[in-house]
Write a protein that binds this ligand. Structure first.
Ligand code: URA
Ligand code: CA
Length: 441
């Protein structure tokens, strides 16, 4: 088999066989096939596309390029969740505890990675003492005993995807439906989940700018999952503005605590209840999403969700008193509002730019070596549809450096589009995709 022939076949619109897909993924992972040939193939796939069978084969070839985590020692149906993009991932800090409190095992292996803010691990390290260092045995026994543990990613998951994603990133071949679907699903499948809930974002802050492509991407991933025996549901959600109010590590932890008390932002609460409901259904703890939602609402009301977070923090060496008294979290030296420059209604908020406004403060990593400042970030006060008066605070910046604060302020002001005419609020949940098809709300 020759890589040249595979490239030519796809360039001409042909369908690649399972053997051809395995050949190039294996060869590329081992370093036997050079970047230039694979980038050429990616461009051919970008234009000629892949069908469902090719996409499923690509996914499994990437799964098999590395280790596959074995979670079989954990009792129950392991349901994982994945969000495609978005600013901050506060949802995990809320979903983990409420779903675990409902009895669905949450065996989360999170990465640090690059981003506007740190990953879930960095956020949890806002609790002094919190550690993800534990043996596999400890991890499994924590999940069996408490239904939740959050560990670092030790296994070498889907290395082919890691290499391919980096290559696509610099060759303008990221935004192909099959390649994105295969990339995301290969990591989830390799991580050992029995069932998967996907939060597929659409809007200005997402990969999929329009709703139809988001539904299509969700369908692609749901089909892959179900084809390989992982019960998968996709929820299509709005990302035309940041979720919740907080962007930053300790700030998002505090927002998660408020949400677990039932006092969080409406959109973040709604998203967590929706995603959590499907996790309970897939995890066999409720017969439908309505029953699941009632269970989760009770968990929040009764304080069981908050208690579960406290239990998680304590089990992994963190100081649980911070859960009860979030005032203990370190506050940076500069806390200042960003004032609106005109009257009007908020029409749009560029979610990516709000993310960058937190990144420049030091909330995230620009390179792998960057040090994160867990205390800094941004809290926005106005969302789409809200009225603002000139001079009113649209956001508050938490910073430790005056120059960075000024830079962040300018980005925030530019991220907001304020208009004279009234703007309607938009629905957050746009629909779901299951193995039975697409359902638009
Ligand atoms: N996220 C991924 O992990 N892979 C893609 O291809 C796109 C988004
Ligand atoms: Ca957030």
């Amino acid at each position: 088999m020759r890589m040249y022939d595979i490239i030519a076949k796809k360039r001409n619109g042909g369908e690649l066989t399972t053997e051809e897909i395995n050949f190039f993924i294996e060869g590329y992972t081992k370093g036997e096939i050079p970047d230039y040939q694979v980038s050429s193939l990616m461009m051919a796939i970008y234009f000629q596309k892949m069908n469902k069978r090719e996409t499923a084969d690509l996914t499994m070839a990437m799964v098999n390029s590395g280790e596959i985590v074995d979670l079989s020692a954990i009792e129950g149906i392991k349901v994982d969740k994945h969000s495609t993009g978005g600013v901050g991932d506060t949802t995990t800090l809320i979903l983990g505890p409420i779903v675990a409190a409902a009895g669905v095992p949450v065996a989360k292996m999170s990465g640090r990675g690059l981003g506007h803010t740190g990953g879930t691990l960095d956020k949890l390290e806002s609790f002094p003492g919190f550690s993800i260092d534990m043996s596999v045995e400890q991890f499994i026994s924590n999940v069996n005993e408490r239904k939740i543990a959050i560990g670092g990613q030790t296994a070498n998951l889907a290395p082919a995807d890691k290499k391919l994603y980096a290559l696509r990133d610099v060759t303008a071949t990221v935004d192909n439906m099959s390649l994105i679907a295969g990339s995301i699903m290969s990591k989830k499948i390799a991580a050992g989940a029995d069932a998967i809930v996907l939060d597929v974002k659409t809007g200005s802050g997402a990969f999929m700018k329009d709703e139809d492509s988001a539904f299509e991407l969700a369908k692609e991933m749901v089909d892959i999952g179900n084809n390989v025996g992982r019960n998968t549901i996709g929820v299509i959600t709005d990302m035309d503005q940041p979720l919740g109010f907080a962007v930053g590590n300790a700030l998002e932890v505090k927002e998660a605590i408020e949400t677990l008390k039932g006092e969080g932002p409406e959109d973040l609460t709604e998203l967590c209840l929706t995603l959590g409901s499907y996790m309970l259904v897939l995890g066999g703890k409720a017969k439908d999403s309505k029953e699941a939602r009632n269970i989760l609402e009770d968990i929040i009301k009764s304080g069981k969700g908050l208690a579960k977070l406290k239990e998680l923090v304590e089990a992994q060496g963190g100081d649980p008193s911070y859960v009860e008294d979030p005032k203990l979290f370190k506050v940076p030296s500069i806390v200042e509002p960003v004032l609106a420059e005109e009257d009007g209604y908020v029409k749009a908020i560029k979610a990516d730019d709000i993310g960058i406004s937190a990144l420049v403060l030091g909330a995230g990593r620009e390179t792998k070596e960057s040090e994160i400042d867990l205390s800094v970030g941004v809290i926005i006060h106005k969302k789409i549809g809200d009225f603002v008066k000139k001079g009113e605070a649209i956001a508050t910046i938490y910073a430790n450096d005056r120059n960075k604060k000024n830079q962040s302020e300018e980005i925030i002001l530019n991220a907001y589009e304020i208009v004279k005419d009234k703007v309607d609020k938009k629905p957050l949940i746009k629909g779901i995709v299951t193995k039975d098809g697409i359902q638009k709300f």
